[in-house]
Design a binder for this molecule. Sequence first.
Ligand SMILES: Cc1ncc(COP(=O)(O)O)c(C=O)c1O
Length: 381
Amino acid sequence: MDYPKRKLIMLPGPTNVPDRVMDAMIKPMINHRGETFTTLLKEVTEKSKHLFQTTESPLILSASGTGGVEAAVWNIVRPGDKVVVPVYGEFGSRLSEAVELAGGEAIRVTSEFGTVPSLDAVTEAIRRTANLKAVYLVHNETSTGCTVPYVEELGKVAAERGAFYVVDAISSLGGYAIPVDKWGVDVCVTGSQKCLAAPPGLSLLSMSKKAAEYVRKDPPRVRYFDLGRQLDFLAHGETPFTPAISLYYALDVALDMLIEEGLEKRVERHSRLAGRFYSVLDAMGLKAFADPRFRSNTVIAGLYPDGLDDKLFRKRMNEEHDIVIGAGFGAMKSKMFRIGNMGEVSTAHVNRTAAAMALTLTKSGHQVDLERLAAVLDASS
Ligand SMILES: Cc1ncc(COP(=O)(O)O)c(C=O)c1O
């Protein structure tokens, strides 16, 4: 096949990958049982501590985010275990199913899509469940563009009951900060292709001392994702199985870029640009799907005006403007678009996307107040 043309990738993952990160992958292949890989693994592990704000060593798995989530489930959940799972979109639903596949009993706390379950409702489910094993939370629901604002508080409630606290932060970590040690998160999972702006294919997973001790004492009945085994190999500078070496090179540089920018500044940039995106939607007369209290800084989910054809809209954005945006999920398919505000996103990216959307909407017969839009795009954020 021909190489695809470079587009502006405004998907909720994968995201645009800076050239510096892409270039890092064109390094010679090395022996994964040799010194060079050990050095690379140690460096990437150290840099990942910064991302999770932990003193423990995070694991880097050669697997997409789902692999990391599966590992986080199979290493903690045993048949018959009771697990509370807030479900407010597709990824929460998948998480609850993963708990059941591992033999656990998922106690779902649901809310209407576009909102998140209240902290009170989740707390109540936790307090009324005898012998609770764990709480599994999706921090940022990529399917609806909603974020849970109480990650820290929920950690305290889980700790009161001695339950493990596991957070899927695949589409948020790096765009949001989750200081796992401070907030009592036992396992936190993220993916390389979202806010880290690296290519897809790696999961990063933090583990508390408590979680590490547990998996060693009671190893899971899986091999590839046995996290105790992963930790034992990491201790002597290796991975149990052949790692995706080129992706490790990319992640190394992506983490350098995060550290150079500073996590705090990066989080502030995501928040500022999300604000710009929501103002853009408002100026164009489009509604965000998420309740304003839970609007995500990393996934901007918007509703199409009546009569607008999703496929045609995204096709025009792609073919006429070289901008790729995401479609809706499940029941919202064809009614919703999703824009990734992640990784190397900048004011210029937001402006270019907004201008192309305005032109595409106009071409599709929908009036856009260009003066209002121009006022938003002229603002300096
Ligand atoms: C919140 C969340 N969890 C899990 C996943 C699955 O990750 P992957 O597609 O990398 O396997 C995604 C992917 O978008 C996600 O957004």
